[in-house]
Design a protein around this ligand. Structure first.
Ligand SMILES: Nc1ncnc2c1ncn2[C@@H]1O[C@H](COP(=O)(O)OP(=O)(O)OP(=O)(O)O)[C@@H](O)[C@H]1O
Ligand code: SF4
Ligand SMILES: [Mg+2]
Length: 333
């Protein structure tokens, strides 16, 4: 077993809902992340998957210390991340980086790629002294498969996939240990997605990186992830290895998500049971009692409205949060 680099426990992030123009009062809370726990081991990729609005980006923002958690803890290399300040926080800001979904809005259109990729060196000049920056940026361009001679070009002179490579180069500039990837390929064409995923895989091997990789589709994370966590309405409903999640899913939500992943093997196509989820995702400001998935679950019983199913090992050897967890082979032969 490898060592965890990141340990997250009962992480909660609620956003207050304020009303009133003159006298603002809090009338409720959006429970965006509502008790999430996981470990990220050194050198591994943990995929985090769930529908829009389930709290993935909020989780990423809290982990990057861009948002304050409401409660819960997270340790980086054994030290409490949320208590860090001064030089320790500065080091954390080097060690953890984020890659965002839309490279176009996250790249300043008026700066050259050289300036964009070299920007982290302005804050952390110890990593690259001024005279050495151009060479370092060119090395980074080369590392992500871009032409080092294009250092003076602007973001609009690159394609979507190339812009995401620029975003990755910038995230790598400070030699981080962990990269949180928040849907980095969701805005790209499928063929380009595969290239960027391959690049992330190669960089991981070469640099020993650990990834938290967020996606809304189980298909996207399959090839890169060692383990996957499935999120629904602010909670983790199942966590397991690649094989446990894709071959032996136990939670009805995981089973439904899997049933809509395209099947690459033509001999299996059309032989799989497709589970269509009905009903909308409930609001995280007012989640259902008991199991949050119960309003869309075809297996729901009375107990599901009364008792919150904890994320625990119920059968087999990986945890799921369903009172009636059972294996459901998603391929029906
Ligand atoms: N700053 C904020 N203030 C209030 N509510 C917020 C804020 N940020 C996110 N939310 C709410 O928290 C919930 C989770 O949002 P989040 O962006 O984390 O979801 P997501 O899983 O990343 O979705 P997507 O797949 O669309 O990116 C949503 O209901 C969202 O409206
Ligand atoms: S606990 Fe009940 S409602 Fe929730 S997923 Fe399991 S069967 Fe469905
Ligand atoms: Mg998001």
């Amino acid at each position: 077993m490898s060592e965890p680099i990141l340990e997250v426990r009962d992480l909660v992030k609620h956003f207050p809902i304020n009303r009133g123009v003159v006298f603002q009062r809090t009338v409720g809370h959006v429970r965006a992340v509502d008790g999430v726990s996981f470990d990220l081991n050194k050198g591994e990729t943990l995929g985090i998957v769930g529908e829009s609005g389930c709290g993935k980006s909020t989780l990423a923002q809290v982990l990057m210390r861009l948002e304050k958690p409401t409660s819960g803890t997270a340790t980086f290399e054994g030290r409490d991340m949320f208590k860090m300040s001064g030089p320790e926080l500065r080091k954390l800001r080097r060690d953890m980086q984020i890659v965002l979904q839309d490279p176009y809005t996250s790249l300043n259109p008026r700066r050259t790629v050289g300036d964009i990729i070299g920007e982290p060196f302005e804050i952390h000049s110890e990593v690259a002294p001024k005279g050495d920056r151009r060479r370092k940026v060119q090395e980074l361009l080369d590392l992500v498969g871009l032409n080092p001679e294009h250092i003076q070009r602007y973001p609009h002179q690159f394609s979507g996939g190339q812009r995401q490579r620029i975003g990755i180069a910038r995230a790598l500039a400070l030699r981080p240990k962990v990269i949180v990837c928040d849907e980095p390929v969701s805005a790209l064409d499928v063929s380009i997605q595969a290239q960027v995923m391959n690049l992330l895989g190669e960089l991981q091997q070469e640099l020993g990186l650990s990834y938290v990789f967020i996606a809304h589709d189980l298909g996207v994370v399959r090839h890169l992830s060692d383990r996957v966590g499935v999120m629904y309405l602010g909670k983790m409903v199942e966590v397991g290895t690649d094989e446990q999640i894709y071959e032996h899913p136990q939670h009805p939500y995981t089973q439904a998500l899997l049933s809509s992943v395209p099947v690459p093997d033509p001999t299996l196509r059309g032989k799989r049971e497709v589970i269509r989820l009905t009903g909308d995702v409930p609001s995280p400001a007012n989640p259902p009692s008991g199991c949050r998935f119960r309003t869309r679950c075809w297996k729901a019983q009375d107990i599901c409205a009364e008792k919150v199913p904890e994320l625990e090992v119920r059968l087999g050897d990986h945890p799921s949060a369903c009172h009636f967890a059972e294996e459901h082979p998603h391929v029906v032969a």
